[in-house]
Design a protein. Structure first.
Length: 319
């Protein structure tokens, strides 16, 4: 058994959980398993016990989707894939009482910003924003090492920035919300909306259940309707990022999530093409995160260890 003190870091998604032991240098030997929402608390304790079989675990740090009360270590709302919302899950209390390990719980977008601020490109800046393009759009904002949470913990819900004041699409009760058009779920929703009002032939009409990858694939094959959808989404993304720039004046914005990481030419390229139309001053550095899909685990690591003990990871080569 490795006797060097480590922590257990866990990233909870709606469909999968990723976990590892971590030191101040970051997480290692990452494992993945399906999320069991109905048994989430017992699943978390089982994961920590499993890690403790081979590593001396001194604490637990968790990143999770959903609304989080970080002060109390509670997942306030957790949406399951079948549409159920779990409420007030006492994650920290459960692990601390059963395993006698101090436990921190953080929203995954805020954790990702911690990860970028400590281990990634953000270590050079005082104000760091990380935006996740996944099923929805979320962000974390870190200023001088501290997250912006807001009065009720709802700060940085950037996916609900209205990019179309009179838009036909909604998300979480917000009309014209950015994520209603530009997230993984939103891209499919927007394309379906356009198919209903645009009579042009399209490869998308042959798809029974439309997904965001279908739209990107059709655009790559030269489908004019799919391309026009993504052209508009590129401008909407620039407007959303521009709103973040004007509100927080960050030194850097990094992008992550499967939609951005798998489609950089449309997401990052589109933002760079249009961003000057939506910002007060020169835009900051805007780039994909070098931490990739592991950024939340790096964030959980950073949320526990003193930032002065960590070292930024090198950016991947681009040549």
């Amino acid at each position: 058994m490795n006797t060097a003190p480590s922590i257990a870091v866990i990233d909870i998604g709606s469909t999968r959980i990723r976990y590892a032991s971590a030191t101040p240098d970051g997480p290692g030997n990452i494992h993945t398993e399906p999320t069991r929402p109905a048994h989430l608390l017992s699943q978390l304790t089982e994961i920590v016990e499993r890690l403790a079989e081979t590593t001396s675990i001194e604490a637990v740090s968790i990143s999770t989707t959903g609304l989080v009360d970080a002060k109390r270590g509670i997942i306030s709302e957790f949406d399951t894939p079948d549409g159920e919302t779990l409420r007030d899950l006492p994650v920290a209390e459960t692990i601390e009482s059963q395993l006698n390990l101090p436990t921190k719980v953080e929203n995954d977008c805020t954790a990702a910003a911690f990860g970028e601020d400590t281990f990634g490109a953000g270590h050079e800046y005082s104000t760091v924003v990380h935006v996740t393009f996944g099923t929805g759009i979320g962000a974390g904002v870190v200023v001088d090492g501290e997250p912006i949470r807001g009065e009720r913990g709802f700060a940085a819900e950037v996916g609900l920035i209205p990019i179309l004041a009179d838009g036909d699409l909604w998300s979480t009760g917000v009309r014209g919300a950015w994520e209603a058009y530009c997230s993984g779920r939103g891209i499919a929703q927007f394309a379906a909306h356009e198919l209903a009002r645009d009579e042009r032939d399209s490869l998308l009409r042959d798809t029974n259940t439309l997904t965001a990858p279908d739209v990107f694939d059709a655009a790559a094959e030269g489908d004019p309707l799919a391309q026009s959808c993504l052209d508009r989404i590129a401008r909407y993304n620039a407007a959303g990022i521009g709103a973040i720039v004007n509100a927080f004046d960050p030194g850097i914005i990094t992008l992550g999530g499967s939609v951005a990481l798998k489609n950089p030419e449309w997401i990052l390229g589109g933002i760079h093409e249009h961003i000057d139309d939506y910002v007060l001053a020169d835009p900051p550095t805007i780039e994909l995160t070098a931490l990739g899909a592991d950024i939340e685990l790096y964030g959980a690591t950073a949320n526990y260890f003193d930032a002065t003990k960590t070292q930024p990871v090198p950016k991947p080569r681009t040549d």
